[in-house]
Design a protein around this ligand. Sequence first.
Ligand code: FMN
Ligand code: SF4
Ligand code: FES
Length: 616
Amino acid sequence: MLEIKRPVSSPLSPEQVSAIREAVARHKAVKGGLLPALHAVQGLCGNWLPMEALQLVSQGMDIPYPYLYGVISFYTMFSPTPRGKYLIRMCESPPCHIWGAEDLLEGLQAELGIKVGETTRDGLFTLEPTACLGVCEVSPAMQINEVVFGRLTPERLKNIIADYRAGKTVDYRTLPRTTNPLSDYPVSGDELVLLANVDRIDPLSLDAYLEQGGYEALKKALAMSQEEVVNTVKDSGLRGRGGAGFPTGLKWSFTLPNPNFPKYIVCNADEGEPGTIKDRYLMEGDPHRVLEGMAIAGYAVGASGGYIYVRGEYYLSMDRLRKAIEDATARNLLGDNILGSGFSFHIQVQTGGGSYVCGEETGLIESIEGKRGNPRIKPPFPGVVGVWNKPTIVNNVESLASVPSIVMHGSEWYKSKGTEDARGTKIFQVVGHVHKPCIVEANLGMTVRQLIDKYGGGVREGHKYKACQTGGSSFGFFLDEQLDTPMEYKAMAMAEGALGSGTMLVMDDTTCVVDVVKSILYFFQHESCGFCLPCRRGTRVLYELISKVAAGRGARADLDRMISLSQIMVDSSNCALGMSPYFFIKTTIERFADEYQAHLDGKCPLGVCKAKEHSP
Ligand SMILES: Cc1cc2nc3c(=O)[nH]c(=O)nc-3n(C[C@H](O)[C@H](O)[C@H](O)COP(=O)(O)O)c2cc1C
Ligand code: SF4
Ligand code: FES
């Protein structure tokens, strides 16, 4: 839950006023322009939104001031109170937490002489904690304005701050990518479907993409009937890669016959799930593949408009997508009457504002419309009532990026990869205490153990495996005895884990499971949008209970309450965020019973748990 901050007044210069008026007018002309306008205005005001600027936005966009305040207070990237020239956002989500983010944050506060939420006296730095930045392969990480810094150590932190103090800053636009190139990671040997071009061709060059056969699948699709395209994707067995695993072609088939126009394709590039970094690699490394997948989806269901909703922290991804859209439109591969086919499809990049729940498809739709990202009550589902109340397909970046190859090579080709229960290839992320945190594309069906050992290089040297949280922050923990579970939907669910977004967070023997569960519950109580009581109150109570247990003040009844409360939340929450805690609470209490018992007996066996709570 976010803090309520009182907007601060700060007179604007005449130049600022006219620049703000111009930005507001430009964004007002575009449907859903509020969030982009707020980003632009915040940029003009030096990282924050003074009251005077908010009033100009309110007047210029005809949005009542209280409504506007409601919107900005929902998103962590907007601030109505002053910030320094450099905004430091230190990640404290579980993958960074287990690499010592909490201690680093303490060290950074000492180095800067401020507490979190404060600004240095010279107005240079503001320090804010943040949820996952989407760069967990280089945890622990932070972002200073647009630039990401990973693999932080106390010494590296000091050096970075010293550089910024000396005016030695980095321009993210000059970086080849946000983090490591793909060549840093092991390859599976399986045919690459998704990552084939990433870091192999120039992502800014449409010609380079065309040379690899780019947009041939779109041409092929345009020569097929819409039903044929939908059926090809349906037969391929592709299931959504955003976490829920819903069959992609089936989703499309519901919307195709809907006579309500216009229809929309929304590409979900919010990627807020801690440990998940794959969509960023696709957008930074092969943006045209994502756009081509969207255009094919648009043709298949009869959509004329597309939004790609990118989390606000992914600056490089947004730049590259915008350039790719511009280039593809100039060659008539997007836009009006594509290649003379009669099919028109326009794509717009929409920027998020720093909210995990906006990854939920209906929260995302609200956010595109310039509102707080509260998930809607379903049904109706987006396929019937989506963006601007029109039929909308929401698909994950990786799902859509899989589509061109499926159309090009056919459903049988795709089906031959993976297993009967989980078709095709998938991008996996192995993060945490492995020798080499990595991203790898491989056929579905390998075991979790293979993934950790073969690609992650096993647990880091000198340590033993302890646990693995599967699929993202919402799912179960595996002991060693569950590691031979194949990466398939049914098998993972049977073992009370999940394929989810394909993330495996590995923890070694230095990790206290109770401390990690506390970190995850902190994340959920912070990200709960507050719309429904079971989640708003439940996540908070769960965090209070685990904090009590971690501090050695808990009782068996607290663990029982955590299980029963999280079960109630599964049954009564409005969206899957509120349903998430049950799975990792249950599996950890059952599978790490001794460790919980030690905390109930008053001590953390590893001496990791601290009595204090997270920063606000
Ligand atoms: C709290 C929450 C966060 C989510 N975040 C994402 C996300 O960042 N990216 C994503 O593709 N799906 C996310 N999802 C799942 C979406 O609601 C939706 O199922 C997905 O975008 C559908 O695309 P797919 O079928 O291609 O997977 C999230 C769901 C919830 C409940
Ligand atoms: S379950 Fe949580 S995140 Fe989802 S709508 Fe309810 S309060 Fe919001
Ligand atoms: S970048 Fe810190 S958890 Fe992902």
